[in-house]
Design a protein around this ligand. Sequence first.
Ligand code: 4AD
Ligand code: MG
Length: 436
Amino acid sequence: MAGVPVAYDPVARAHDADAVGRQLHLRGWVHRSRSSGGILFLTLRDRTGTVPVTVRRDAVGDAAFAAAERVQIEGSVRLSGTVAADPRAPGGREVRADRLEVIDPGEPFPIFKDQTEEFLLDKRHLAIRGQEFVHVFRLKAEVLAAFRDFMVRESVMEVTPPILTGNAAEGGAEAFQLDYFGRPGYLSQTAQLYLEAMLFPHERVYAVTPSFRAEKSRTRRHLTEYTHLEVELAWCDLDELLAFIERMVEHVLRTVAARAPADLAALGRPPEELAAVRAPFPRLSYGDAIDRLARDGFGVRWGSDLGTAEERALTLPERLPLFVTRYPSELKAFYMLRSPGDPRTVEAADLLAPEGYGEIVGASCRETDLGRLVERIRAVGADPKDYEWYLDLRRHGSVPHAGFGIGIERFVWWLARREHIRDTTPFPRTPARHTP
Ligand code: 4AD
Ligand code: MG
């Protein structure tokens, strides 16, 4: 086999309707292995799936058989064989090998059943080979592709804001600070301020960047590094912004249900459930949300933040995402626009995912007036000098505009029904760990 050029088949080819009787050339990793009665039963895995392979000494020869017997779980092989129908095999097919070459027999694979969560996180670089992770990350790739596809359709241009910054946009306390050649630097918490700058020449812009939050919150929905998709739209008010978000969520859910039905089903999410999510999504003002929560026994009143427990209570029975609108300005960032009819609230909305998952989108109209913006920056205890370049945007053709950020891991967490958000990212960063 070595040295002979062959075109390799994807493993999934063995499950095609017309595959029985065909000779296939496969390569991949040993997913499972057992021997019985002098026959070796392997499960071969590549990126397209798995297939059972039977290896007999008389078919492959003594040397290849002996080598195959020594292959560990996750060892790598190339083989050729014929597809046979086998009602006992998962998928009803097996490949009967007639040639086999071991590429790397591997050392004993450290991951097996019933290991602790900590151990699996230490071995995350190997754990991500597991089938659950394969489904989650394929789904995540489809989610990102569907978001980008939607932006192209809506003429929103992708731009590349910086991650290393000189000021903390969302609030200093939750920013990771670093030493930037002797001056303070920060890891970006949001690309928003840069997107606002790029909006003046391009009007409709978006970016997908890592955002960092130095929050010590050990919850099932917080990461210290996450994938942030942010959009900024010129000439946009709150109703138009929420309609854009509805179209986007609908498009992404429908696209993913069509393109990744098997991954969704394997993760316990029937794809039809996602395809059935249709706009308009229900809207609840912050004031009404507080009243409802207080009636349900939560110790909240006007001004209380909605945390994990409150958002869970609001969305647990829901099938559609829910917009909570017009929060008190003290709860929200300095750049948000005051509601025209109510000086206490801002033109902002969070989109909460149903079934208890909670906030996935943070959205708002931006303050356009220079004086009020400076006032708000002072009110949150920041120095307007640190925002000089941002304030320039209000000095040269300020226009109404609005935008939002969606946490891709939060979104996938909901779709894939994961217990913990860390299982929607291959190498999770949490207060407890930043390796591997
Ligand atoms: O609500 P946030 O903080 O909003 C902003 O950063 C705005 N500047 C975005 C904008 O308007 N351009 O964050 C937006 C979203 C949240 O709704 C949530 O989905 C996600 O980012 N997010 C997190 N995801 C995982 N771990 C964390 N610690 C997160 N913090 C926010
Ligand atoms: Mg938020």
